[in-house]
Design a protein around this ligand. Sequence first.
Ligand code: MTE
Ligand code: MO
Length: 424
Amino acid sequence: MSQSNESAQGPSRRRLLKAGLAGTLAGGLVTGRALAAGDPAITDIQDWNRYSGPGVDAQPYGTPSPYEKTVIRRNVPWLTADPVSSVNFTPLHALDGIITPNGLCFERHHAGVAEIDPAAHRLMINGLVETPLVFTMADLARFPRTNRIYFLECAANSGMEWRGAQLNGCQFTHGMVHCVMYTGVPLRAVLAEAGLKPGATWLLAEGADAAAMTRSIPLEKALDDCMIAFAMNGEALRPEQGYPIRLVVPGWEGNMWVKWLRRLELGDQPWQQREETSKYTDLLASGKARRFTWAMEVKSVITSPSPQAPVRHGRGRLVISGLAWTGNGRIAQVDVTIDGGRNWTAARIDGPSLPHALHRFYLEHDWDGSALFLQSRAIDEKGYVQPTKDALRAARGSNSIYHNNGIQTWYVGTDGVVENVEIS
Ligand SMILES: Nc1nc2c(c(=O)[nH]1)N[C@H]1C(S)=C(S)[C@@H](COP(=O)(O)O)O[C@H]1N2
Ligand SMILES: [Mo]
């Protein structure tokens, strides 16, 4: 890895780190400081040490510490006409690991959140089936259950960034993604109960929201790994995420994951006029459109440092961290550059590496305090390499909105302030 300004300050420790300790934490030497006289955090008795705190009846459903009150979903009011048919964004810059807490999962609705009484909700299966069926939520819970961790990414994630750097924070550039553990039943088991008629090749999934949003899904995918989920991260789905049931379509664009699922119709072709498919195509420079681009392609972003998570501690050990994901299986490798792509270093993927799930990566870097052009580049197990934004625009022109999986650049100034930029 190249480092400019190497000789300015403290070169001996950096050499030591490079020689033997690079990539591993060197304990207190790196980030601790010598015991200082007069530090009130040590010498003073704090209130929380003096008085008993709230009892076990204070919060029947727990919430985060008040000191974490800025870790919230945010929307961009000018992006859409009203918040009912809109989107908010996961605060990726403030999270770690691979699981998104339920209350922080981004929301995308076409007609707001349906507030459904599960006792009055049904799932109907009709069309090219032997026996049309209706299930209550209790019926569904009697199928064999399965638990799977998957990311969901809206095809419009990073859509505002096609033409150039726009929004100052990974929450806004990349926050239309979340990753939770779903509990539910395999879609194939529920379809088998109804019995598929010969000729059934497509499935229409319909939601019970005021938009009655529908999507066509090829039967092959439906029978492969789709789920009807009723829980996320161990508790019932949140209303925002489709309570009481939603479709899970692993690795494929979020629009297909129909929430508040109420009907599955089997047919022999996609239902193009009635559904959203046409909105999620990619318009090419030639005027032609890419369609049926369902799997979300290999992508990554550095979540810290990033514009909303600047470097506050000055030079020295800097933990660079981010997320990588692919709709084509697992992530095999993530490379990080600090010099805008001249030199790349393999980051450390830590935590579970699961197909169609977020992967967490870290690179422990010894920052010399000079300006950085930070980027991450993911490679998936099929060998797909995350493209540069220039390469994407060369292939698809600049009229596209959806499916932007280009490499993101953050500029880290000498003051630690981080900005969304593009370099070529
Ligand atoms: N019924 C219904 N399902 C829906 C939508 C909707 O508006 N209505 N939005 C879709 C879109 S475009 C996306 S990206 C995902 C978002 O899922 P989330 O709100 O759980 O993040 O849900 C999909 N499923
Ligand atoms: Mo979406």
